[in-house]
Design a protein around this ligand. Structure first.
Ligand code: C5P
Length: 204
């Protein structure tokens, strides 16, 4: 069975939690496509050329320990604006999406560019302030002393870069279901996503 769930949206909207929950519930494989760009970004911070790094990326590179930092996120969103970098990563994502047994991919352009034929498309979003507050709590929990204003500025800069780039900008696919988690408990957002996947699976 081939069944693809595309989950797009900005940082800290709840995409990761929803994607993992959908994958676990239905027994689908999950790919966090942001990790591909983060792995390339981390290599560029280490002195590599972005396009070479993308073309030579290995699955083991996604396991590197430092990929979740704010510095790597920023480097990721810069390399993600380079068309050759994006092109080098398309085939891996598309073959993951069509593996048998079902797949969930989360990112920015999954429903629009990588898998326009996905059986389910969700766009998970929340206001920048709510997302910055969530990210601040995560960063504080891991010992960072950053402030709300700094995190909000990072969130806004990354949104602008991701939505404003010419190649595969972050945008809501025409046929995506929007889930706005600004005033929602994450458990309710997960339930809404599960219900949508269930509905489409019954139709498939
Ligand atoms: O989702 P995450 O925050 O890990 O993504 C890091 C960066 O990678 C994003 O800010 C975005 O620039 C880029 N990205 C992308 N396309 C995707 C996934 C991530 O451009 N499908």
């Amino acid at each position: 069975m081939k069944f693809t769930v595309a989950i797009d949206g900005p940082a800290a909207a709840g995409k990761g939690t929803i994607s993992k929950a959908v994958a676990a519930h239905f027994g689908f494989a999950h790919l966090d496509t942001g990790l591909l760009y983060r792995a390339v970004g981390a290599k560029v911070l280490g002195g590599a050329n972005a396009v070479d790094a993308a073309e030579m990326l290995m699955p083991a590179d996604l396991e590197a320990g430092n990929l979740r930092t704010a510095e790597v996120a920023e480097a990721a969103s810069k390399v993600a604006a380079i068309p050759e970098v994006r092109r080098a990563l398309v085939e891996f994502q598309q073959s993951f999406a069509r593996r048998s047994g079902g797949a969930v991919l989360d990112g920015r352009d999954i429903g629009t560019v990588i898998c326009p034929e996905a059986e389910v498309k969700l766009f998970v979003t929340a206001t920048p302030e709510v997302r910055a507050q969530r990210r601040l709590l995560e960063l504080q929990a891991s010992g960072s002393e950053t402030t709300f204003d700094e995190v909000l500025a990072d969130v806004l800069a990354r949104d602008a870069r991701d939505a404003g780039r010419a190649d595969a900008p972050m945008k809501v696919a025409e046929d995506a279901v929007l889930i706005d988690t600004s005033e929602m408990e994450i458990a309710d957002a997960v339930d809404a996503a599960l219900a949508e996947v269930e509905r489409r699976r019954d139709l498939a």
